[in-house]
Each structure stands twice: as C-alpha cells, then as structure tokens.
Design a protein around this ligand. Structure first.
Ligand code: ARG
Length: 584
C-alpha cells in the first residue's frame, strides 16, 4: 500500500499552491503551517512574506483564501489577527484519512525514498567486566534506533564493538595460567555465575598485578604473546570472551533484545587491519611521528597547558589503542559493508575521541560527502540525588540488579491491579512492564540529556511512563473484546466530538513522527508522541461513551478510533522495543 498523506501535508501543499498563485514573484514559500488551539491548524507564512515584499499581510492572506480549492478537506478558513490563517478541517476528511491508515499494515508510514545503509555501533560492553548503566543506555537507545530506521526501509547493520582486546588481557590470561581452575564451572552455568567467576578472577588478578612485580612482568610478556598470536594464549583469551558472552547474552535476554552473534565484532575483530591503517595514515601524512608515537594533530584540540593534544594512533612502543581500532573499523564499515552512514550510540564523554577519529577519517577520505559519521551521544545516568549513579558504598551499580529490581516493583504494580491473572501471567507481565519502564524512562528524554534513574517514578501508573501507555493499550483491548458483535468501522458521514477530532488529528501525525524520529535519531520524539496519544485517548474515553454510544454507527466509529489508537500504540511501542500486553 502506498503511503497516506497526512491532512497536515495535504493542507500544506494546498496553501503553498494558493500562495504561489497569489504572489507568483515570491516563488515557493513555506506557509508555516502548524497545529493550533484556535482552529485545527494555523498558517503564519503570509506575515513574514508580506513584510518582506512591503505588502499588506491581511490582503495577501485574503487572496490566499480565495485561491484555496473548494473541496472536502477544509471546512472553514478565516483570516485572523495581522494576517494568520485559521483552518478547520472537515470531520469527514479526518475519518477518511484515518480509514486509509487503518487499511494499511504500516499505518500509512511510507518507506524512505532513498534508503541508504547505516552501520550502527551500539551495545558494546567490555569482556570480563560487569555491565553498568552506561551500557544500558547504549543498548536501549541503540535497539530503538535500529527498529525505527529499519521501519523506514533503511538497511541497518549492527556492530557491537565490545572491548575484547588490550593489555588487561595479559594480566587475566597469565593469572588463569597460574590458577587454571578459576574459570571452571558446571556446564549450562547462568550468565550471572559466568560473570561472578570473571569478576572474582579479575579482582584476584588485579590484586596480584599490583602487589607482585614479577607477576606484573609475566603479565606484560603475556600481552606480547597475545599480540603475536601465540596459540595457547589466544585459546585462553577466547575463554574469557566466550564466558563473557554467556553473561552479556543473559543480560540482553533480560532486556528483551535480540543481539546476533555475527554482529558482535569487538575490538579484536580489526587486529589484522591495524598496521595497514597506520601505514595509510602515515603515508598520506594525515598522521605524523611525534616522540616515536604516530599522531594526528588538530587546530582546536588543546590541553590545559595550551599544547595540542593529538590523537595517538600508535604508541611509541608500537602498541595500538582505541583510536587505531576505531579508524580500522571505519575502513571496514565503509569499504566492506558499504555504509552510507556510520552511527555510534556511545556515551557523550567519548565525544572528543569521536570528533578526532571522524576528522582523521575525513582528512584521509574514508569519510566524505557520500559517507558520514554521527555520534548519537547520550548523557549520564544519575541517581535520585542527581549525582552519577552509584551504590551507597560508591560502587558502580550492577545492571542485572537494577533490572531485577525494576521487574520486582513492576510485579507489585501488576499484582495490585490483576484480577484474573495467574501467577505465571503475573510474572510475564512483570517482566514486560518492568523492562518496558526502564527502557521508556531512558527513551522519553532526549539522549543527550542526563536522566535520573528513579524506579518509583518509572513504574508509576500516572504520568509519562510506559506503564501508563501499556494500560491505555490493554484498556482498549478489553473494550474491543467486550464489543461482541460490533466491530470497528469508519463512518466519515458522522460529525466528530472535540475529543474525537483531537485524537484523530494526532493519530494522523504518526507517519510524520516516525519520519522525524528516524531522521534525527530521536526516539524520544516517538515516545513523546505516544504519551500524548495515550493522553488524548484518555480524554476521549472520558468524554465519549464507546459501547454505549447513541447509535450503532457511532459505536462502530468509536470502536474504529479505539482500534487505530491501539494499533498505533502497539506499533510505536514496538519500535521503542517495548511490549504491549493484551491484558494488564
Ligand atoms: N566498549 C566501550 C565502552 O564500554 C564502548 C565502545 C564504543 N564503540 C566504539 N566504536 N568505540 O566504553
């Protein structure tokens, strides 16, 4: 099915046409159409235009009104104030447009005209380390962004750039060689067992490393073996990676996210490219040797002492770091995966790193007009006290504990409302509500902002929470079940009540909202839209009886509005990675 133009875009087109007919010399001018409280829409574009051309805005606006085609979309248009147009849309036009959306599986959301290939770097925890709230944000925002982009027809390739390489592995592997049973466990161990083993080993290795100079030296030599590709060393390294993956996958599973093994290409995945990356940078003089290290310098990146701070691509001891890996990953993603966009869902605190890496890639031409890179930078997760989220003892909070607590709290909320749910159903709903709450709290503010992790607020039934949206959806499902014989049927011949019009006009904006969220990598715009949808539905439900409406046609038309609202909520929430249970 072709896309369904929204009433806003139809109006926009008509006014633009009438405006160019009234003032041909002005060319194509944006009439600046927006939703308004006075009427359905207001257009302000005549004002600025007339001022610019030293004409009379009211006169221009009047001419535009005369030029608008009579038809079935505009019910009423008036010139108001200094030269605004107030436009009221015909009830029938609203219902007809919504019927066209309802007839489409995609609710009238078009595919992008020129889809590209986006390689998105998200959910990138570190091997042998506990996941924390920062990894949660990357996972939640990344997952929603993938879903939204895919829905618009973009080809999306995920890359989970896990931290699976570096000098700390020398220490870990050496420790394991000297304490061979430390990673043993029963087959089928849970993710948490895997992590607690790793954690214990990490701490013990670290302690020994700090206390014992000879161990430190053995660990250092082990790094050399690892980098040289020594088989025994690599096999042990692989055990750490595999063990960690058991844990990562258990967390992603809890988060109700699908992470595919083929997309987990960690830092080590680029090892074979590092030397060449450096050679290319040096040959092209994008990077230069400075005190033995291979560096890229930037005019505008200076340290507190005023000296330039370079991006170090290769250390003076020959070692490669984070920058070399990321630059190699760019080459791979551009040249092998044929990306047109590289998107990085990474903590804002890494902004300088990406700025320098992107600029370097631009200088050498790996990034250019055809391929660009964007960091979708997210802010810090704060505790209720507004400080970076820590336990009372000042330790980083384990992600799993947080998620379990969210599920627990959600369980209490579900149980309180549950009348006909079994224990098993309560547990299932608790997970959907709890995880949904955590995701929604993250997605409902713009990524760049810090946000407070407040479980009480997150699972509250009132306010801007996923539970509120999930209840709105479940309530509609219950009405649809109770409707019996009557089903949703659009009746464009019926006049609409104010709450129906408001709901209908908002439903009509779904496609535009999805497009905007995709374009700007802004899932929070979709979240905001859905919250408003649920609020408008609540008002409609309060003011307009559905099953007890005066006539059978009115019942059908209201059921139609209910049904389309539910489908829009369901689709929108799914794009955010949040479940909408049928019953709550
Ligand atoms: N593993 C890193 C961390 O935990 C994030 C990796 C981000 N992606 C990248 N291509 N550098 O901070």
């Amino acid at each position: 099915m072709a896309s369904v133009p929204s009433l806003a875009s139809t109006l926009h087109q008509r006014i633009t046409d009438a405006l160019s007919a009234a003032l041909p010399e002005a060319g194509v001018v944006d009439p600046l159409l927006r939703r308004s409280d006075r009427a359905d829409f207001q257009a302000n574009g005549m004002l600025a235009l007339a001022k610019k051309l030293k004409g009379n805005p009211r006169e221009l606006a009047t001419k535009v009104v005369e030029g608008l085609p009579a038809g079935d979309v505009i019910q009423d248009v008036e010139v108001s104030g200094p030269g605004f147009l107030n436009i009221t849309v015909a009830d029938g036009a609203i219902t007809r447009t919504l019927a066209a959306r309802a007839a489409d599986d995609r609710l009238g959301v078009p595919f992008k005209e020129h889809p590209g290939t986006t390689v998105i770097d998200w959910a990138q925890p570190n091997v042998a380390k506990e996941m924390h709230v920062g990894h949660l944000r990357s996972a939640v925002i990344g997952d929603a962004t993938v879903k939204i982009l895919e829905f618009t027809g973009e080809k999306v390739i995920s890359r989970h750039h896990i931290g699976d390489w570096g000098t700390q592995f020398g220490m870990l592997i050496q420790y394991l060689i000297e304490h061979p049973h430390e990673l043993d466990h029963k087959d089928g161990a849970s993710g948490e067992e895997a992590m607690s083993n790793l954690n214990r080993l990490y701490k013990a290795a670290r302690a020994l490393f700090d206390a014992d100079a000879e161990f430190k030296e053995r660990a250092r030599r082990r790094v050399v073996d690892l980098q040289a590709g020594d088989e025994e060393t690599l096999a042990l390294w692989q055990r750490f990676v595999d063990e960690s993956k058991i844990y990562f996958y258990s967390v992603f599973d809890k988060l109700d996210m699908e992470i595919r093994d083929e997309n987990v290409v960690g830092e080590s995945g680029y090892n074979d490219m590092l030397a060449e990356t450096c050679r290319l940078l040096e040959e092209s003089r994008v990077a230069v040797r400075s005190e033995g290290a291979l560096c890229v310098f930037f005019e505008d990146v200076k340290g507190p002492d005023g000296n330039p701070v370079p991006l170090i691509v290769q250390k003076s001891d020959g070692g490669y770091g984070y920058a070399a890996t990321d630059l190699s990953a760019i080459r791979d993603r551009v040249q092998n995966l044929e990306a047109s966009t590289l998107l990085y869902v990474v903590d804002a605190r890494q902004a300088l790193h990406f700025k320098m890496v992107f600029e370097t890639a631009r200088r050498i031409g790996w990034l250019n007009e055809d391929v660009h890179a964007v960091q979708l930078a997210f802010g810090t997760v704060l505790g209720k006290d507004g400080k970076p989220f820590k336990t009372r003892e000042g330790e980083t909070v384990r992600l799993v504990d947080l998620l379990d607590e969210a599920i627990d709290r959600a369980g209490a909320v579900v149980r309180e409302k549950a009348r006909d749910l079994t224990e098993e159903e309560i547990a299932e709903r608790a997970a959907q509500v709890g995880i949904g709450a955590v995701k929604y709290a993250d997605l409902s503010t713009s990524a760049a902002r810090d946000y407070k992790f407040d479980l009480d607020q997150m699972v509250s039934l009132n306010g801007d929470t996923s539970v509120y949206l999930q209840y709105a959806f479940a309530r509609i499902q219950s009405i649809l079940r109770k409707a019996g014989e009557a089903g949703p049927v659009a009746h464009p011949e019926l006049p609409l009540a104010p709450a129906e019009r408001a709901l209908g006009l908002h439903l009509d904006q779904f496609a535009a909202t999805v497009a905007e969220a995709a374009e700007e990598y802004a899932p929070h715009k979709l979240a905001g839209y859905l919250y408003q949808l649920a609020s408008l539905y609540t008002t409609f439900y309060d003011q307009c009886p559905v099953l007890k409406a005066e006539s059978p046609e009115l019942v059908e038309n209201r059921l139609f509005l209910c049904d389309l609202t539910a489908r829009t909520l369901h689709r929108g929430m799914a794009l955010l990675g949040i479940r909408t249970p049928e019953r709550l």
